[in-house]
Unconditional design. Structure first.
Length: 213
């Protein structure tokens, strides 16, 4: 009898796990140094009180995909979503170890970073193909948005029909221009924030609940 009850419980647990809807996975994508990890840390800190990973002015600080599960975000309108936040390595078309040497890294360390960064790009792209349900595309709004990598990545995201919110980050800097980003990607919502200072992140949260919900 006990055996039967235990077996029944096991089967029902297995079936529940099998049919449980996977939490919506939101990937933060964009070129290196755009502020992806800074934003991921802010989201996780605001809603869970934890962090995702280290931030650095040296590009390709993030070289592995990092995921934080079950984050429930509430917008000012009262709407709520529960998501997994996926912080991804910065994507570029060219990685050269000399760039890291210029930041003061020893040659050996720079070569290792370049190899890991290349693997990180491949991993980020793999997640985009297989495991991502929506995208926050992060740009440094002091830079030219019409770079090859942005056009290519946003094109891939569109071809996968994933919802995408574009974040024009670093709006605390004097030469930031969200308008330039809006003109580059008029087909998507663009939200201007400072992930570092937290400016306007409430608007981002509000948009996330309606756009990814
Ligand atoms: N002024 C300003 N600096 C920012 C902002 N967000 C991030 N930064 C800085 O930009 C640099 C890169 O930030 P990260 O969060 O590591 O950027 P990332 O996109 O994760 O970079 P990778 O992991 O290398 O792809 C760091 O020096 C941050 O402090 C912002 O809103 N304003
Ligand atoms: Mg990072």
């Amino acid at each position: 009898m006990t055996f039967l009850v235990r077996t029944k419980k096991k089967i029902s647990g297995f079936l529940k796990a099998l049919f449980k809807k996977r939490t919506c996975r939101i990937g933060i994508y964009g070129p290196p140094n755009a502020g992806k990890t800074t934003l991921a840390n802010r989201i996780v800190r605001d809603w869970v009180g934890d962090a995702v990973g280290p931030v650095s002015e040296v590009p390709h600080e993030t070289r592995r995909v990092r995921r934080k599960e079950d984050i429930t975000i509430t917008g000012q309108n009262g709407n709520t979503i529960t998501i997994d936040i996926v912080d991804t390595p910065g994507v570029t078309t060219k990685i050269d170890y000399n760039e890291f040497v210029e930041y003061g890294l020893e040659k050996e360390e720079a070569v290792k970073r370049a190899r890991e960064a290349t693997e990180g790009v491949a991993e980020a792209m793999h997640w985009l193909r297989e495991d991502i349900d929506g995208v926050i595309y992060m740009l440094d709004s002091t830079l030219d948005p019409f770079q090859q990598v942005n056009i290519m990545l946003v094109g891939i995201i569109e071809s996968r029909k994933l919802p995408v919110l574009i974040v024009a980050n670093k709006n605390d800097l004097p030469d930031a221009s969200a308008a330039r980003i809006k003109s580059a990607f008029p087909q998507h919502p663009v939200i201007s924030i400072s992930g570092l200072e937290g400016t306007n992140v409430d608007e981002l949260y509000e948009n996330m609940t309606s756009y990814f919900g």
